[in-house]
Design a binder for this molecule. Structure first.
Ligand code: HEC
Length: 110
């Protein structure tokens, strides 16, 4: 666990130091989100694989901007709900990072 956190921090620092451009894609409500780590968490927790089973295609049809999820707060809330329901044990900053990736790639909420 400790090593994981250290790695996490190292990745985050490298990210913040290096990639100014990518941060422009993070809305203020998600300040501190780590897009690279968010992408990794989404892959590690099989989010897409499960969604694909339900909706087919690449799974992205599961993400329906403008319906239930129509604000940044609601999007983060959905990710947190999955976190609790699936018992993923994500830290709050990890939930934010995942929400930031979903927003960049699918929801594009302001
Ligand atoms: C075991 C299957 C499964 C896994 C794993 C899973 N999901 Fe889901 N997810 C669902 C189902 C089913 C729904 C639709 C629930 C509903 O309509 O009430 C859903 C809905 C969602 C929504 C709401 C979409 C919308 O616009 O209404 C988000 C966001 C979401 N999942 C994110 C995630 C993330 C992030 C992960 C990984 C950390 C994840 N899910 C892992 C099954 C899964």
């Amino acid at each position: 666990m400790k090593l994981h956190r250290l790695l996490h921090l190292a990745v985050r620092c490298a990210f913040l130091a290096g990639v100014g451009q990518a941060n422009a894609q993070i809305p203020p409500l998600y300040a501190g989100a780590d897009l690279v780590h968010g992408e990794k968490l989404i892959a590690d927790h099989q989010c897409t694989a499960c969604h694909q089973k339900r909706v087919g295609g690449d799974g992205s049809a599961m993400y329906r901007p403008g319906e239930r999820v129509n604000t940044l707060g609601a999007l983060r809330g959905m990710v947190e709900a999955c976190n609790m329901q699936l018992n993923l044990g994500l830290f709050p900053d990890e939930v934010t990072s995942i929400a930031a990736v979903l927003n960049r790639d699918h929801y594009r909420l302001k």
